[in-house]
Design a protein around this ligand. Structure first.
Ligand code: NI
Length: 148
């Protein structure tokens, strides 16, 4: 495993739409393992592939209850509303309040191409939304209701 460099604002890679993953090979597994290691090293709760310069639809999340890998994720259900503070490894030093759904259900593949569904409330729902937004070039700063 290896640490990857985290791309930061104002890098244009952060504003691009990512393409779907179509090849589930050994390289994908290596990339996902590197993303987990890079996220942990940076003390983040989520990381999206464009944040390490890879324009593919891959997200990793860990809010303290284990690693979750999401390949080609889609939010298929959402409910409620939460207001809370958010930051991003690609926007160092920037924090602000956003409003997100309080519950989301995500359909995604793993590194083998198998389909799974994950549900998350609260911080996990927030992390899913934040990271999946990255895949469409959307940063949390476009959801800000208050900048800290
Ligand atoms: Ni982020």
């Amino acid at each position: 495993m290896a640490l990857r460099n985290i791309v930061t604002e104002p890098d244009e890679l952060l504003h691009k739409k990512c393409r779907k993953v179509e090849i589930f090979d050994e390289n994908l597994g290596i990339l996902i393992d590197d993303m987990f290691e890079t996220m942990k090293n940076a003390k983040g709760v989520g990381l999206a592939a464009p944040q390490i310069g890879i324009l593919r639809r891959i997200v990793v999340v860990n809010v303290g209850d284990g690693n979750i890998e999401l390949v080609n994720p889609e939010i298929i259900e959402q409910d409620g509303e939460q207001r809370g503070d958010e930051g991003c490894l690609s926007c160092p030093g920037k924090y602000g309040t956003t409003i997100r759904p309080n519950f989301v259900k995500v359909k995604a593949q793993n590194r083998l191409g198998e389909f799974f569904e994950y549900s998350g409330y609260s911080l996990k729902a927030r992390a899913f939304c934040h990271e999946i937004d990255h895949l469409d070039g959307i940063l949390f700063t476009s959801h800000l209701v208050e900048l800290k």
